[in-house]
Design a protein around this ligand. Structure first.
Ligand SMILES: [Zn+2]
Length: 91
């Protein structure tokens, strides 16, 4: 039974090494099947996968929420550039 389970679900090490690819949806169907089967019975790997999933999700959401420059700041910079072009000596 252990040999069959290992064949169908993979080892802890193998599962850990493929978690990132699974999150990025890069695994082929059998590798994905094995990983999902392993996570279904292994509490340790399942907890680790959940932590990784939450962390990666948080990082992705931070990346997509970078604020645009404040309009007032952009306007002030453009205004300063115009002033310097009109009066390069600053007088
Ligand atoms: Zn495991």
């Amino acid at each position: 039974m252990n040999t069959l389970r290992r064949l169908l679900t993979g080892s802890h090490e193998h599962t850990e090494s493929r978690m990132s690819e699974h999150l990025d949806e890069e695994l082929r169907w059998f590798a994905r099947f094995r990983l999902v089967q392993h996570l279904a019975w292994c509490e340790g790997c399942s907890s680790m996968y959940e932590c990784l999933r939450v962390t990666v999700g948080g990082l992705r959401s931070m990346k997509s929420q970078q604020p645009a420059p404040a309009p007032a700041l952009v306007d002030a910079v453009i205004e300063q550039i115009h002033r310097e072009q009109l009066d390069p000596d600053g007088q």
